[in-house]
Design a protein around this ligand. Structure first.
Ligand code: NDP
Length: 345
């Protein structure tokens, strides 16, 4: 049976303005980096997450060319859902994709040259069978490609109608100021920045968040749960069927991050969350969204139960000064920012 969306879907979330643009985004966005891949089609479990998200007012889905495995399969699978169950809702959806990491062999399948960004978006559109995406991102800062060239590519993408808006991801404050200027000179708005940000990865507080506010650029924080490390499933042991328990390179990296100092922090944070009547995951999301200029928290989820728990964070968004002070005792930097190299000046 074809999916039919919940008619009350827009009563649940308070949409936030993206910078000073005309675009409103949901406070929680669902990303398709993990759990939406597969060679043939999307699993029913993954599809149900998309449906549940949309039923609860999540209008924004975030992808990238390389999400898989195999790379590209998340876009391909999402494209199938878009052309069946979501077909009549295209104008109610904000679909984003990106290019900047390795996608194909040779000198033109990585980083941020015009050649790569333009060809990659063409491939993404084909995979999703779309005429345009709503937001296209330069996925990371490329120290070897002139920023002017990347800005030219983003401008061409807008002018050709292949994306409605453009954004950048994991750029430092300085790089953001420069890119914003270059885009402005070309008559284009830098709509949004997508940095990593969480209770234990606070690099954007140094200057980026203020820069974005000053430049009136929106901000969507990815990995606000630190890839699941800001949930209680690693508190006692490493639970099965989790990102850390998987058998891959990322799991090895994450396992090394489960240090004594990390455990001390999440134990403290978990206690504060309980006092607020929230789970640790929920408090982590409410905390990211405490900045009035934060447009959205970009989460991942393994199943509908996790997704629902994350969306329920919206029932408790207010922090007292005392709570924030208490949280600051534990919300200190852990070395978990795998994307830090991109934002080095
Ligand atoms: P999160 O920090 O939200 O981590 C998601 C993981 O947290 C889930 O897969 C799950 O882990 C766990 N989780 C989620 N909700 C719960 C819950 N209620 N209870 C317990 N565990 C929970 O985000 P991601 O790291 O997945 O990134 C989110 C999105 O951000 C991506 O899909 C992508 O769109 C974007 N992104 C962008 C990047 C960029 O460079 N621009 C880089 C990385 C991500 P488990 O699977 O272990 O159950």
């Amino acid at each position: 049976m074809t999916y039919s969306a919940n008619t009350k879907r827009y009563l649940n979330l308070n949409y936030r303005r993206c910078g000073n643009s005309g675009l409103l985004l949901p406070p929680i966005t669902l990303g398709l980096w993990h759990h939406f891949s597969g060679k043939q089609k999307m699993s029913d479990k993954a599809k149900n997450m998309l449906f549940q998200a949309f039923d609860r007012g999540v209008t924004h889905f975030d992808l990238a060319n390389n999400y898989g495995p195999p790379p590209g399969s998340a876009e391909e699978n999402f494209g199938k859902v878009l052309h069946t169950d979501f077909k009549k809702y295209r104008d109610e959806l904000i679909i984003s994709t990106k290019a900047g990491y390795h996608m194909w062999d040779g000198p033109y399948g990585n980083w941020s040259s015009k050649k790569y960004l333009i060809s990659s978006l063409d491939q993404s559109l084909k995979r999703m069978r779309l005429d345009y995406v709503d937001i296209f991102y330069s996925h990371r800062y490329d120290p070897l490609t002139p920023l002017e060239e990347t800005a030219d590519a983003l401008t061409q993408i807008i002018n050709q109608g292949k994306a409605l808006y453009v954004g950048i991801s994991s750029y430092s404050s300085k790089q953001t100021i420069k890119m914003n200027k270059l885009l402005k000179e070309r008559g284009i708005r830098c709509l949004i920045h997508q940095p990593s940000y969480s209770l234990i990865n606070r690099w954007i507080e140094k200057d980026l968040i203020k820069t974005l506010k000053d430049l009136k650029i929106g901000c969507i924080a990815f990995s606000p749960l630190a890839q699941g490390m800001l949930t209680n499933k690693y508190l006692i042991t490493i639970q099965k069927k989790t990102r850390i328990s998987e058998n891959n390179e990322l799991a090895i990296k994450l396992k090394k991050m489960r240090t004594k100092s990390y455990l001390m922090k999440i134990k403290g944070l978990d206690k504060i969350a309980k006092k607020r009547g929230q789970s640790l995951a929920q408090m982590a999301l409410s905390w990211v969204l405490r900045h009035p200029s934060m447009t959205s928290a970009l989460i991942g989820a393994r199943n509908v139960k996790q997704l629902d728990e994350c969306l329920d964070s919206q029932n408790n968004l207010i922090f007292t000064k005392k709570e924030l002070k208490e949280i600051d005792k534990y919300a200190k930097e852990e070395k978990i920012n795998l994307w830090a190299n991109s934002s080095k000046d």
